[in-house]
Design a protein around this ligand. Structure first.
Ligand SMILES: NC(=O)c1ccc[n+]([C@@H]2O[C@H](COP(=O)([O-])OP(=O)(O)OC[C@H]3O[C@@H](n4cnc5c(N)ncnc54)[C@H](OP(=O)(O)O)[C@@H]3O)[C@@H](O)[C@H]2O)c1
Length: 339
């Protein structure tokens, strides 16, 4: 079988035998992968995503069919359609540092960029019939993070206003969940073409943050001067100051992002204090949250927005394309094409 490894910030294609399951494992024939900004950071060794050892298999998100199971696995069967989990050790309950360990395709564990992948049976989740492998592969990291930020960690009510920053993977899922909850949605982007597209998908207001440097004033105008109830802060660092200009008193900023690996910056803490802003750190989510997200998506027949599907041999180009930010929607990879 073919797989990829990262060596000195380059992807290397590897040939190896298909592995066999131990007692608690399942073997998944992968049909699709999906790329996140995180994969770009890991492969390029940026900031805290720099690998400490060479040879790590990249990419966190993927979906496929179980083709073999270990003798101790009781809740899964051959033929089940499953996806990976972004934090397989966080099954439920409160997050802990220990539960975050072992996230695939990151510094602490191999990812899923292979034609066949062995998973611990707890490390996969069954996917609904209405989603294709490509669509299900798009969910583990970006959709779950957006779900956690917009639903699990929020007090959003129908009619509340939400600010979505940019049109990246997490942001578009956050937009879809906010619309699902009946919120009024403002989306920013550097591209008028992308803004026209998000309007078609249901966004109520759009602002170009590149051509309108005073875009935070525009957000306040759109909310009658009050500011929005909730922001998915996917940029990180001192961008938080701009989000603080857009939030209403008592509103919530879900702190999610580290674009280009930026994890620190100057922050006007007085703005947080005077406006009693709730800043909630969001780190992906648990398997139980993933299950609740799939249930809600199924009820609404919500599908991920996919920009482009690459061939498996073009994985490096797909990760570079993710880093360029020119996509609108998820970038997926077709792995085994006999589906
Ligand atoms: N905390 C967590 O658990 C978690 C999980 C997943 C992702 N993340 C983080 O969340 C962020 C988004 O990840 P992703 O995979 O969705 O990224 P992505 O798809 O690569 O997002 C790229 C988009 O971000 C937008 N953007 C970049 N700079 C911007 C700015 N200054 N203002 C507004 N928009 C800007 C651009 O939108 P336009 O082209 O429309 O301008 C760009 O297309 C990353 O920082 C990632 O590391 C965190």
């Amino acid at each position: 079988m073919k797989s990829y490894q990262i060596h000195n910030n380059q992807l290397r294609s590897i040939e190896s035998p298909i592995p066999s399951c131990s007692e608690q494992q399942v073997l998944v024939k992968m049909y699709a992968l999906a790329i996140n900004h995180r994969d770009y950071l890991v492969v390029n060794g940026i900031s805290r995503w720099k690998l400490t050892e060479q040879g790590r298999v990249p990419v966190a998100d993927g979906a496929g069919e179980i083709v073999a199971i270990g003798s101790g696995v009781t809740d899964l069967n051959i033929g089940d359609r499953v996806s990976s989990l972004i934090t397989p050790n966080w099954q439920d309950g409160e997050m802990t540092a220990e539960k975050l360990q072992g996230s695939p395709g990151g510094p602490s564990a191999d990812g899923v960029a292979a034609q066949y992948v062995l998973f611990n049976s707890q490390g996969v989740i069954k996917i609904p019939d209405y989603l294709s492998y490509q669509q299900a592969a798009a969910l583990p990291c970006a959709a779950l993070t957006a779900w956690n930020a917009m639903v699990e960690k929020s007090d959003l009510k129908p009619g509340h206003t939400v600010l979505i920053l940019g049109t990246g993977g997490v942001s578009l899922f956050a937009m879809q969940f906010a619309l699902m909850m009946g919120c009024e949605v403002i989306v920013t982007s550097s591209s008028d073409k992308k803004l026209a597209q998000v309007k078609k998908w249901g966004a109520h207001h759009t602002i170009n943050y590149k051509t309108n440097p005073q875009w935070t004033d525009e957000v306040r105008l759109l909310t009658g001067g009050e500011g929005v109830h909730h922001i998915a802060e996917v940029i990180g660092g001192s961008h938080l100051n701009l989000s603080l200009k857009c939030i209403r008193s008592g509103g919530t900023i879900a702190q999610i992002g580290a674009m280009q690996g930026v994890v620190e910056g100057y922050v006007d803490t007085a703005e947080i204090m005077y406006n009693a802003v709730n800043i909630k750190g969001v780190e992906v989510g648990s398997k139980a949250m993933h299950g609740r997200m799939l249930k809600a998506m199924s009820v609404h027949q919500m599908k991920p927005i996919i920009d482009r599907d690459f061939a498996f041999q073009d994985l490096a180009a797909a990760i570079e394309y993710q880093g360029s930010g020119s996509q609108i929607g998820k970038i997926t990879i077709k792995v085994n094409s006999d589906e």
